[in-house]
Design a protein around this ligand. Sequence first.
Ligand SMILES: O=C(O)CCC(=O)C(=O)O
Ligand SMILES: [Fe+2]
Length: 369
Amino acid sequence: MPSRLSDAFRAHPVHLHHNHLDFETVQEVPDSHAWPALVDYPSENLHDAESVPIIDLMDPNAAKLVGNACETWGVFQVTNHGIPMRLLEDLESEGRRLFFLPAKQKLKAARSPDGISGYGIARISSFFPKLMWSEGFTIVGSPVEHARQLWPQDYIKFCDVMEEYEKAMKKLANRLMWIMLGSLGITGEDLKWASPKGDIKSACAALQLNSYPACPDPNRAMGLAAHTDSTLLTVLYQNSTSGLQVLREGAGWVTVPPTPGALVVNVGDLLHILSNGRYVSVLHRAVVHRTRHRLSIAYLYGPPTNIQISPLSKLIDPKHPPLYRSVTWSEYLGTKAKHFNKALSSVRLCGPKNGFIHLNDHSRMKLGC
Ligand SMILES: O=C(O)CCC(=O)C(=O)O
Ligand SMILES: [Fe+2]
């Protein structure tokens, strides 16, 4: 069983038709990238109560608010998270420097067919007949090799910024995970592989840089199709152009507005499993803009890839039987590579009952394709 994240991905390759569109020069959306109009879950006029919560981590009530947000939305934004503004600005400018390189240069750092790191189209593209209006760069482990292909003389700043950000993210993601678990009454005793004191050696993670070029016809293009993350949790930095939308039952697609200095946190499939369905693994997507380029950087945080993840025993009782069987992250990535948005239901033991809501039964949902 692979124990490194890069090996876990290598064990489950997804087949991508490589058709690199040069977004710089294209004047209209070609058929290869034309999606049916995005009208699947039209957003109604939302009330204030229906916007994604913004939580100040210094608020004495933060843990309660986080727990609430995870149960109702599966996503929230955090402020006062301790990541310096200077680091976020460097992150954005290095991301822009990468994606604004000529297409030919970026392709020098292309992801290999069985690899995870490097430049390329979204991994989930293989599940859709149309291509997405985005490009990505994935970092697992050291970015040096690929960065050197992009900037043979000038790769150090990029690597330093990415490495500093990953280090800061690992601490923040661990802290957030314990706030999320803490509001369910879970302590270090209940989860031996993870320590609330921040034993960050045990976690696995990837950094995913996403670029969404301005698009001549945004209603017919899809930046990143609807999906849930296979992680425990994801921390997302987005620049000042909106595009991230989350699906809220009864309300449709809700935009997560860019908020200066804030980071978006969403529950992933593995935390949904650990919480025995209490926390929603939120379905989300990215739409594109007619005139503005959008950049987002997702820190995808998970457990060691060979640890069994199952509903925590403290959350199980006769009224709340375990909803999922146990899986390792590595095995789950394989399930996801095969079943995509039906992966969670494929490891489910019993149908939603006993008051558990249906928010994670995405197999019922039309995904806009
Ligand atoms: O760009 C975004 O806002 C979403 C990115 C995302 O969902 C991902 O990288 O998994
Ligand atoms: Fe995502």
